[in-house]
Ligand binder design. Structure first.
Ligand code: MN
Length: 207
């Protein structure tokens, strides 16, 4: 079955003033939809792959026929990354959104980075430096949290890594409000991070 755009799990204006409603409309309804349309188009040529979840599809790029591999890598990756991304954020004002992390992820951040401020600074610096379009991620590898970046729509899943948290630094994610000021967007983004969801994903990453 063809992939479908998952509805945004909150109102388009729920992330204001940190991420504006117009950006969310374009980002979710147009950009995410385009990745889905493109990956669905590619899979029409190889319908035997259509029963796979998008995460399973991009976790094994070597299994994708060569004639559609790049399209699947870019657009299947775009679908997978954005499907995660919406859930990593939540409405401003909810107790588990923004502010300092709580629960097991808070303890692991303290263990691996010293404190939350140092973690944020390290994540923001690494992600600000991602040249061109890409993503910054938090993964759990060898018993430790690790910050990694990927170019374009490459997913950590393709490297066997489960993303716990991630931020989109394509210009389409921030340009309307922040223009060229990526570091300002990165700093503001922590106000909408959904720590309840991050703790769920951390539990999955630990297995
Ligand atoms: Mn995006």
């Amino acid at each position: 079955m063809a992939y479908e755009l998952p509805p945004l799990p909150y109102d388009y204006a729920a992330l204001e003033p940190f991420i504006d409603a117009e950006t969310m409309h374009l980002h979710h309804d147009k950009h995410h939809q385009a990745y889905i349309t493109n990956v669905n188009g590619a899979l029409e040529k190889h319908p035997e792959l259509a029963s796979k979840s998008v995460d399973a599809l991009i976790a094994d790029l070597a299994a994708i026929p060569e004639d559609i591999r790049t399209v699947v890598r870019n657009n299947g990756g775009g679908h997978a990354n954005h499907s995660i991304f919406w859930t990593l954020m939540g409405p401003v004002g909810l107790p588990h959104v923004g502010g300092a992390p709580t629960g097991p992820i808070a303890e692991q951040i303290t263990a691996d980075f010293g404190d939350f401020e140092t973690f944020k600074k390290t994540f923001n610096e690494a992600t600000a430096k991602q040249f061109g379009s890409g993503w910054g991620w938090l993964v759990f590898q060898g018993g430790k949290l690790k910050i990694v970046t990927t170019a374009n729509q490459d997913s950590p899943l393709s490297q066997g890594l489960f993303p716990i948290l991630g931020n989109d630094v394509w210009e389409h994610a921030y340009y309307l409000k922040y223009q060229n000021r990526r570091p300002e967007y990165l700093a503001a983004w922590w106000n909408v991070v959904n720590w309840a969801e991050i703790n769920k994903r951390f539990a999955t990453a630990k297995g």
